[in-house]
Write a protein that binds this ligand. Structure first.
Ligand code: SF4
Ligand code: SF4
Length: 62
């Protein structure tokens, strides 16, 4: 199981992470990304981290 954290202060609002998450658990409210779905469905693929230009996302395995 993974815990996904998005630092709203660091997020520059590009929407790349939400667009690319294969588990569809990331959302975008027009300004920032947020965890919109069930974190238990996170695959731990770190695709969101790879595409984030702001280093705003951390994914931690529990
Ligand atoms: S690690 Fe993968 S599955 Fe988990 S939130 Fe990021 S892109 Fe989605
Ligand atoms: S990829 Fe990073 S900067 Fe872009 S919306 Fe997601 S958290 Fe914000």
């Amino acid at each position: 199981m993974f815990i996904v954290s998005i630092d709203e202060e660091m997020c520059s609002g590009c929407d790349s992470c939400a667009e690319g998450c294969p588990a569809h658990i990331l959302g975008f409210d027009g300004e920032h990304a947020f965890v919109s779905g069930d974190e238990a469905e996170c695959l731990g693929c770190e695709a969101c981290i790879s595409v984030c230009p702001s280093d705003a996302i951390t994914v931690t395995e529990m």
